[in-house]
Design a protein around this ligand. Structure first.
Ligand code: GDP
Ligand code: MN
Length: 380
């Protein structure tokens, strides 16, 4: 996603004028948080972070979803950390769990095998349900139907730059459909056949690439001809009986997946992309293949490959100015001081000794010297 197709929405900080923000229009948008009661602490961390860096000025609502019931403590605590409207919803079994048309014993056996093979989360049935929910259902949840845009929030994430403009409105203004901040490579063993199906979908529907698909295709090694590269992987035995049967086997051979995907624990996107006939057909075909059980397809590669098949680079926005971290992976904007200065002691979590930390003023003085260089605002 190069600057040619996609420019940063703001460079440095915009002046935050609360009166102006209050008077400005809002997008029809909400934060979406899927969580369990036991994740309360991680949820609080995430809310504190997004409130501090963005939502204390904008007050966008939150929608919390759970396949179980949120308990009173969860609901009360969450509401203590934001003044924005909050709704709590339950996910029923039309959107979570094995559907009727799949043989539950076969699916469970498939999951058990992935556990034995030590595939990350492969043996955890609930994780498979979560991935399928985020792939094909969240946007149809009754609490989300009234919204046009969503911003996905997960427990235990951290924003570390101020977001001083409304990303929903900027996306709308710039005709963007899907926004990301980190793209990484998927664990190959979780998605061995996902690309065959995604390619088959694209070919069966006669979809021409709009220029994004190539982002996900493995480039043939230099010494390999295109022909050699495409013949290498025969359809594996376990797919002899290709499901659903209407999939053309030939459409399943060819290009290989480079494992690239948008990391979906952060997403800002238009819900009508997922609600489109094209996405629904894509999900349906992927779902019927059984890959959500027999493999451990994540919603991240599903969303990404759907975008690849249906969208163009100009439809995608890279939030290069958002400082964002989840678990061990983070995105640091180009002008985040930590990148530009040799050492910022008080930002370094390894330095516990308060005396060694510099004063915040001193830090911001240093920051002023680098802020013209790039994107991101008050990263800390
Ligand atoms: P990871 O980020 O891939 O390691 O996976 P997480 O454990 O963070 O799960 C991704 C998201 O789904 C988080 O928002 C979790 O809170 C949520 N989640 C995962 N499994 C379940 C589940 O069984 N029930 C509910 N309600 N949420 C879940
Ligand atoms: Mn997570």
């Amino acid at each position: 996603i190069s600057e040619e197709h996609d420019k940063v929405f703001a460079t440095g900080c915009e002046h935050v004028d609360q009166k102006k923000i209050d008077a400005a229009p809002r997008a029809n948008a909400a934060f979406v948080v899927l969580a369990r009661n036991k994740e309360l602490e991680g949820v609080i961390q995430s809310i504190r972070s997004i409130e501090r860096h963005f939502n204390r000025w904008w007050h966008y609502p939150y929608v919390f979803l759970n396949d179980g019931d949120f308990d009173q403590e969860f609901k009360d605590t969450v509401q203590n950390y934001t003044s924005a409207p909050v709704e709590f919803g339950k996910i029923d079994d039309t959107m979570w769990g094995f559907p009727d048309w799949v043989d539950h014993e076969v699916a469970k056996e498939g999951i058990r095998k992935q556990g034995d093979a030590a595939i990350m989360y492969g043996g955890m049935e609930s994780y498979h349900h979560m991935c399928r929910f985020y792939s094909g259902f969240f946007y149809k949840h009754p609490l989300l139907l009234k919204y046009e845009w969503y911003w996905r929030l997960e427990p235990e994430i951290k924003y570390f730059c101020d977001i001083t403009y409304d990303p929903f409105l900027k996306m709308a203004e710039n005709n963007k459909t899907y926004g990301f901040t980190i793209a990484v490579k998927e664990l190959r063993e979780t998605v061995p056949n996902i690309f065959r199906y995604a390619s088959a979908y694209k070919r069966t529907k006669g979809l021409e690439s709009k220029g994004l698909w190539e982002m996900f295709v493995e480039k043939p090694a230099e010494e390999e001809t295109k022909d050699e590269a495409s013949k290498k992987e025969p359809i594996p035995e376990e797919l002899e009986d290709v499901k659903p049967p209407e999939i053309d086997r030939e459409a399943m051979e060819g290009e290989k997946y480079n494992m690239c995907h948008f990391w979906s624990n952060f997403e800002i996107a238009r819900l009508d992309f997922f609600r489109s006939k094209e996405y629904e057909d894509f999900f349906e075909m992927m779902d019927r293949s059984g890959g959500f059980w027999m493999e451990r397809w994540g919603d991240a590669p599903i969303h990404s490959l759907a975008a690849g098949a249906l969208l163009a680079p100009r439809d995608i926005h890279y939030f290069r100015d958002f400082g964002y971290r989840h678990t061990t992976i983070q995105h640091c904007p180009a002008n985040a001081p930590a990148r530009q200065l040799t050492r910022i002691p008080f930002l370094d979590p390894m330095i516990e000794d308060e005396k060694k930390r510099v004063e915040e003023d001193e830090y911001w003085a240093a920051f002023d010297t680098v802020k013209e260089n790039g994107v991101g605002c008050r990263c800390r």
